[in-house]
Ligand binder design. Structure first.
Ligand SMILES: Cc1cc2nc3c(=O)[nH]c(=O)nc-3n(C[C@H](O)[C@H](O)[C@H](O)COP(=O)(O)OP(=O)(O)OC[C@H]3O[C@@H](n4cnc5c(N)ncnc54)[C@H](O)[C@@H]3O)c2cc1C
Ligand SMILES: Cc1cc2nc3c(=O)[nH]c(=O)nc-3n(C[C@H](O)[C@H](O)[C@H](O)COP(=O)(O)O)c2cc1C
Length: 770
């Protein structure tokens, strides 16, 4: 085969050398526009895992690279006059120039032809090539030439960064955060050889503009950064090696995903590799790793499927299919990390205390969890746990292992939850005439004894026509209130759990069958009239609701107030107002369901007007020493619907009206929704609202392990974690999760205590495999 790699970065060089090594009969040329020892950039970071696979594929170059590596374990954060350090993180850094030179030498030794100072215009310049690797980096000409085929999706991110170096050497991966009159700047710093450290400085567009950095030449920017980061530089000087760039050299990161990675141009197969195909933000330092992994996988596929020309299409398909998965995983983590740095100034730096700020930063990609931090640096993590527990009011002795964040108490108004776990509201469709019966006593009772701090019952409806289905619970009469009191009394007497009642009105999603008979489908008979913000049916076959008039509003508000008083008399500890999931109050908040032209429709204040009227009436009727949370759909997942930014605006309004927490859910407003599910997928909404609006929050959605809950609460992404489906699978979720993380001091109900030791012993035995 004749192979041409256009672009001699890590991707092109490494692929060239691997293919030549395994099949010297191939003719391979790497064409590079720069001179041999001329490159832009300072150091790059690798993970140990990439190094291991490089050792397998080409031990010679791996040995040289390893020798040139600088290895370090620590991360140090400079923030508001503090310097905090943790260990066990395992990075390796190498100068980009050094890496490329090793790869170039290895290519030459193996017989790969290196053609420097050749700026390639088109893949068609190589008509005799069987395979062309477009390894020409982020601004790939080859990819752009075939935009329609490769379908690049490039998003320019808002932050600005400048890539500098310094002769000051650091013994940890160092982050320094500095506030100016116009906003925060952060430096990402790491040593990559015996003389030099990389020093990347990042800030927001607003701060960049306000400091007029765009109007300065490079020296102007360097002088600015030098003085801003003088303390961490400690006499070291900042330098650029990108003098060839015009202007100030502050760049925006471009996130790239391509729809297709290969194409046949009539003569040759062309395939994208490395930054030409995808990018990952430097916040997790994985661009070079991805480029190397691409080169390895393409070689691997040739090895598996054969080196004949007719195998090329199958090889390219397999390469793309396999690499896409890994790239998506890394890009996902990189996006979380990148977004953390984009919002760090407005969201965290002025909100979190230094210790929690550090924790939040370490877990920014959401790939590193609480238990993972324990493995990396137990001393640091347990010190953090003690700090968190003391903040939560626990007395903790120095040096002892204390309760982890999810098991610390949480106090709001006059209510203290024993821990941060909430049984999320879940409709059970099992009531007759809205009454709590034996099913609810057993179902809710089991969950109260299962160790959670707060047990919510399902959405409890404020009138018969407020129900979703005929099987929903209600609080519109005294008999129902008496049923509630029976459960509340039981929970208070027999468990440590507090009881929450979520009150709501189904609105346009009412009068439907029980879930297992046809979710959201209208009843066969016995339907009742529906009301909503606007006369828009939920499904094509749903009843069209009446748009509420003033009399409807007054009646429904009065129903909410009556239900609130009954909940208080029943002794419930906590009330939640259901303003999510497309039900009545939610239908006012979303522009998809609220198309009113009066003062209850239009802008945020108008759309929130009726839900806030209800909230104010409910708050006035609810005892002052008991909290109220408000559940919101923080993302409608549909074009034209609410976004987290809208949810933040509504959260501020509810906060101003006296709400104690926002319960951050999403969706179920429109049938056209396309939610992006995944582990902890709604936690970013909670993080945003908690740290931008400064109101406590409940995170919910795909939180299924103690490790998730601890990571969320420790990082300050939420104050409480609501767990729904896992509590259906296991009423004792909190007790079992405690045991799984080796926490033996959480008490079980005394009647079950004899099972506790055995359960823990079995887990310990399973963990050791004996
Ligand atoms: C600030 C910053 C920090 C980074 N830090 C890290 C890090 O810590 N760790 C990490 O792993 N990655 C890091 N990266 C990313 C990393 O540099 C890239 O992801 C990686 O180099 C991609 O390799 P590549 O071979 O695909 O592309 P590149 O390294 O961009 O190589 C492409 C090559 O093609 C050449 N070329 C382009 N067009 C032509 C043409 N028409 N004709 C001939 N030659 C051409 C270019 O000159 C270049 O040499 C960082 C990037 C930035 C911007
Ligand atoms: C069977 C079932 C019924 C639900 N009913 C309600 C409800 O009445 N009120 C509500 O706000 N959310 C309700 N939800 C949503 C959950 O409270 C929770 O937000 C969602 O299931 C995501 O959490 P999870 O991933 O832990 O299950 C229900 C979920 C399930 C599975």
């Amino acid at each position: 085969m004749r192979i041409v790699c256009i672009g001699g970065g890590p991707a092109g060089l490494y692929f060239g050398l691997l293919m030549k090594k395994f099949h010297p009969e191939h003719t391979i040329t790497v064409v590079e526009r720069n001179k041999p020892y001329d490159t832009f950039g300072w150091g790059v970071v690798f993970s140990d895992a990439t190094m291991e696979s490089m050792k397998v594929w080409d031990p010679q170059s791996a040995a040289e690279i390893q020798q040139a590596f600088n290895h370090w374990d620590d991360i140090e954060v400079w923030f508001k006059g503090t310097r905090q350090r943790t260990s066990g993180h395992g990075f390796v850094g190498i100068g980009r120039k050094k890496l490329l030179n090793i790869l170039q030498r290895r290519c030459e030794a193996l017989g790969v032809e290196l053609q420097f100072e050749t700026d390639v215009d088109s893949d068609l310049d190589f008509p005799d090539a069987d395979l062309i690797i477009a390894s020409d980096g982020l601004n790939s000409k080859i990819r752009e030439h075939y935009r329609d085929i490769f379908q690049p999706d490039m998003v320019t991110r808002p932050n600005r960064y400048i890539w500098l170096g310094t002769d000051k050497l650091y013994d940890a991966f160092t982050f320094d955060f500095r506030k100016t009159d116009h906003g925060w700047f952060q430096a990402h710093i790491y040593k990559f050889d015996e003389q030099t450290s990389t020093f990347i400085i990042e800030t927001t567009e607003e701060a960049y503009q306000a400091h007029r950095l765009g109007e300065m030449d490079q020296q102007g920017s360097i002088d600015f950064c030098q003085s801003l980061f003088a303390e961490v530089l400690d006499g070291g000087e900042l330098r650029t090696n990108a003098r060839h760039l015009r202007g100030s050299a502050w760049l925006n990161f471009n996130r790239l995903i391509c729809g297709n990675w290969s194409h046949f141009n009539g003569n040759s197969h062309v395939v994208l590799m490395g930054d030409a195909a995808h990018t990952a933000h430097f916040a997790i330092g994985s661009g070079t790793k991805l480029a190397i992994d691409d080169a390895i996988e393409l070689t691997n596929q040739f090895e598996k499927l054969g080196h004949d020309k007719d195998k090329i299409p199958a090889v390219l398909d397999a390469y793309e299919e396999i690499r896409r998965v890994d790239v998506a995983r890394i890009q996902n983590a990189a996006r979380n990390a990148m977004e953390w740095f984009e919002v760090v100034g407005e969201r965290y730096a002025d909100t979190l205390e230094p210790k929690q700020f550090m924790y939040s930063m370490l877990t920014r990609s959401q790939r590193i969890s609480h238990e993972n931090l324990r493995l990396r640096d137990r001393t640091w993590l347990e010190g953090y746990e003690r700090w968190f527990a003391r903040k939560a009011g626990l007395e903790v002795k120095d040096g002892e292992r204390c309760l982890p964040p999810m098991f610390t108490p949480f106090t709001v108004r006059g209510v203290t939850l024993q821990n941060r776990v909430v049984v999320s509201p879940m409709a059970m469709y099992s009531a007759t005439d809205g009454l709590i019966d034996d099913f609810h006593m057993v179902h809710l009772g089991a969950r109260a004894m299962g160790g959670a701090g707060l047990v919510f019952a399902e959405m409890t409806c404020v009138s018969p026509d407020a129900r979703i289905t005929p099987g929903c619970l209600g609080l519109w009469n005294e008999e129902q209130a008496a049923g509630w009191k029976r459960f509340v009394d039981f929970a208070h007497a027999k468990s440590g759990a507090k009881v929450g009642i979520q009150i709501g009105h189904a609105g346009r999603k009412g009068s439907t069958k029980l879930a297992w008979q046809g979710i959201d489908q209208p009843l066969e008979d016995g339907n009742w009239p529906l009301i909503s913000a606007s006369a828009i049916a939920y499904r094509p076959d749903s009843q069209v609701p009446k748009a509420m008039d003033r009399a409807d509003m007054d009646r429904v508000t009065a129903d909410f107030v009556s239900a609130t008083k009954r909940a208080a008399e029943a002794g419930a500890d906590w009330l939640e107002l259901h303003c999510a999931h497309g039900y009545l109050l939610s239908s006012f908040l979303s522009p998809l369901t609220n198309q009113r032209t009066d003062e209850y429709g239009g802008n945020h204040a108008n759309r929130a007007r009726y839900p806030l009227e209800v909230f104010a009436a409910v708050r006035a009727a609810w005892p002052a020493d008991r909290p109220i949370s408000v559940r919101l759909s923080c993302h409608d997942w549909t074009d034209g619907g609410n976004l987290p930014e809208d949810a933040a605006i509504f959260s501020q309004m509810f906060k101003d009206a006296g709400a104690d927490l926002i319960d951050c859910s999403s969706g179920q407003v429109s049938k056209a929704e396309k939610p992006v599910y995944g582990r902890l997928f709604q936690t970013p909404f909670s993080d945003k609202i908690r740290n931008e609006i400064h109101i406590p929050t409940i995170a919910v959605g795909a939180i299924s392990e103690a490790d998730h809950a601890n990571s969320i609460i420790a990082a300050g992404r939420a104050d409480l974690c609501a767990v729904a489906r896992p509590h259906l699978a296991d009423p004792d979720w909190s007790l079992h999760e405690a045991a799984k993380i080796g926490l033996t001091q959480i008490a079980w109900p005394k009647q079950y205590a004899s099972a506790k030791y055995q359960y823990e012993a079995n887990l310990a035995r399973a963990a050791t495999g004996k």
